[in-house]
Structure formats: structure tokens, C-alpha cells
Design a protein around this ligand. Sequence first.
Ligand code: HEM
Ligand code: HEM
Length: 341
Amino acid sequence: MREDKCIINNYIKFKKMKTKIWSLTTRISHWLLALGFTIAYFTGENEWQMNYHYAFGALAGGILFFRIIYGFIGSKYSRFRDFPMSISQQIEFLKNYFSKNTYVGHNPLASIVMISMMFVGVFTAFTGYLWATETSQFLGFTLTEKMVEESHEIGAKLFLILVFAHLAGILADTIFHRKTGTLASIFTGYKNVETEPENSNMLQKIFSIFWLGIPMFLAYLAFGLPVREGENEREQKDDDEWESLLYPDKNSERRPINITLKMAKNSTVDAASSASSNRNIEPTIAVSGDNYSQPNYQDNQYYATQNQFEDDEHEKNEHKREHHHNNEYHKKRHHDEDNDD
Ligand code: HEM
Ligand code: HEM
């Protein structure tokens, strides 16, 4: 009986009539949430963006937390009890998807996606907070770092999947139930239906101030959370990969591979010759790990060989320059003396 009543209540009469479905706060919070989620999702991997990640993540989490409360005390179409979610409603909805009968508030499938988004979003933001603050105890439970990390990452991925499902649902609705004007409703608040409008009472209006205000304050506080140095795991992994190339034997005392460049004794390197293909250099590259009996890092063979060469060149050039400078000086002096005479 209740089901029938629900469907009849939500039945749309396609007249040229608009009814207010979403309050202004619902719409503002929706777009703040979309912004918060999007920025949080794309800033979670870079250490230098972490403060923004915390702030926008907290904004999204805070908005969803208040949306959950609004699900109990909110206006019609926003209350959970108005969400048609029973199995029979799901079946009914899917069977008649392409007919004109549809729902004013969230349809049965959308209701599941919306509620899931609310709880998954709050969960994700909360686990992010636990991760950022390195909390290891919560409600008497001991939390390992791995547990918190995995929860946050899984929550974020699940949230992303739900957002895609949400967007797919809106797209399908826009194509197959175009006349309802669902897409436009999240901007204007109105759907093209004739039914009972949403009317927020005083309590709901006061609540709206907290719904928008507190998440913004949380975002401000979260922005100031200290970011741990080297926090980003992925960056760390990249560093580790590079390190494992340089230090192939993990058990060794971080001895790097020795790269020995030996120059032939009679080599001459200058700008012109280095550009030409017949350079008189015989580079020999010797690569050794820890097990080879090659000289190690301390021997500085690479530096010695190359630096020696560079030093010689440098010295020669310095010498030439000094010589040239002295000549010039003497020439000038003789010239001045001649003039004096
Ligand atoms: C990117 C992140 C987004 C998130 C997390 C998100 C989340 C939500 C949530 C939680 C609701 C329920 C509102 C309520 O009952 O108070 C909702 C409704 C809605 N959203 Fe989004 N949204 C996102 C993006 C978008 C975008 C990009 C569009 C439009 C192109 C959109 C269009 C809508 C519409 C039309 C509704 C009302 C649906 C209905 O009447 O059943 N959303 N969204
Ligand atoms: C609902 C909002 C949020 C979303 C969608 C989100 C999403 C993400 C994503 C995708 C990552 C990258 C995970 C990876 O490396 O695979 C991440 C990492 C992280 N997030 Fe969030 N996050 C949210 C909220 C928060 C909040 C509110 C905080 C803290 C106040 C937070 C703290 C962190 C921390 C500490 C990391 C780890 C960075 C690292 O060391 O790799 N997140 N988040």
C-alpha cells in the first residue's frame, strides 16, 4: 500500500508546470561538494598540494556529514524516508524506465547512489584525517598505518566510482526523461512537474547555515594541518625505484655502481673537437656492483680520472690567460714609457 502511495505521490504529470524540489542550500552544498571532491581527488598524491588536499577533502566530508543529518531533519525530497529504495521499487523502476512514469525526488537507483556517496565520502574524509594525524587509536581499536592507508585509498576509489555512476544516471535521465528537467534542477531548484513543492521550515533554514558554514571552517582548519615530510608514498616509491637502480644490492652499505670513464692519455678535448665525430677519446665504461673487485665509491676513480683531466685543462687555460694578461700589461707599460719619453 505504502509503495503505491509513494509512486502516486511522486507521479509526474507532464504539464507546463515547474515545482521547487531542491532548496538553495541543497544546490550550493551540491556544487561545493563537487568542487571539494574533484580537487581532493586530484591533489592526494603530491606532497606540495597536501594542504589543499586536506582543505578540499574536509570540505567535501563536512558537507556530506551535514547532508546525512539533513536526511533525517530535512525538507521533503531530501529526507531519507522519501528515498524510494526497496527492492520492489527498484524492480518497478527498472521495468518502467523508458515509460514516462518517474520520480520527483531521487529515483530508486539514484537514491542508493546518493546515500552510498554520503557515507563513503564521510568515511574517506575521516580516514584521511586519521592518516594525516597518524592516529593509531580510535574508539578503543588499534589502527595500523596500513589499515588507515588502505581504507582511505579504497574509500576514495569507491567514491570516484559512485560519482561516475551518478553522472551516468544524470546523463541517462537527461536523454530518456528529458522533459523532467533533472539536470537543470540542480542549478535552478525546479523540475518540470506538478507536485508538492519543498518548503523548508525555520529549523531547516537555521540548519542550512551550519551545513554550509561548519564545513568551510573545517576546510580552513584542515588547511593548517602539518604535512609530514616525505609523506607521499608514491613519490617515495619512485625514489626507491631510482635508488634500487643505483644500489642493486640492498644488503650492501649503499655502495653505488662505479662508472669508470677512462680517457686515452693523448686525448684533446675542446669545443671544436668535441663537436667533431673523430674525437680522439676512448671511453671505457666499467660497471661494477658490490660483488665485483672494482674500486668502490671511496676510491673516487671516476672523479679522479675525469677531474684530473678537467683540472689539467683548467690549469692550462688559466696559465694561458695569465700569460696573455702579463703580455698585454707589459706591452701597455712599454707603450706608456715610450710616450713619456
Ligand atoms: C563531481 C562530484 C559530484 C558529486 C560528489 C555529486 C553528488 C551529488 C549528491 C550527493 C546529490 C544528492 C543531493 C541531495 O539529495 O542533497 C546530487 C544530486 C544531483 N547532482 Fe550531483 N554530484 C557531483 C557532480 C555533479 C555534476 C557534474 C552534475 C551535472 C552535470 C550533477 C548533477 C546532479 C543532479 C541533477 C542532481 C539531482 C539528482 C536528482 O534529481 O535525483 N552532479 N549530486
Ligand atoms: C572525500 C574527500 C577525499 C578524497 C576523495 C581523498 C582522496 C585521496 C586520494 C585519491 C589520495 C591518494 C591515495 C594514493 O596515493 O593512492 C589521498 C591521499 C591522502 N589523503 Fe585524501 N582524500 C579526501 C580527504 C582527505 C582528508 C580530509 C584528509 C586529511 C585531513 C586526507 C588526507 C590524505 C593523506 C594524508 C593522504 C596520503 C598522502 C600520501 O602520503 O600519499 N584526505 N586522498
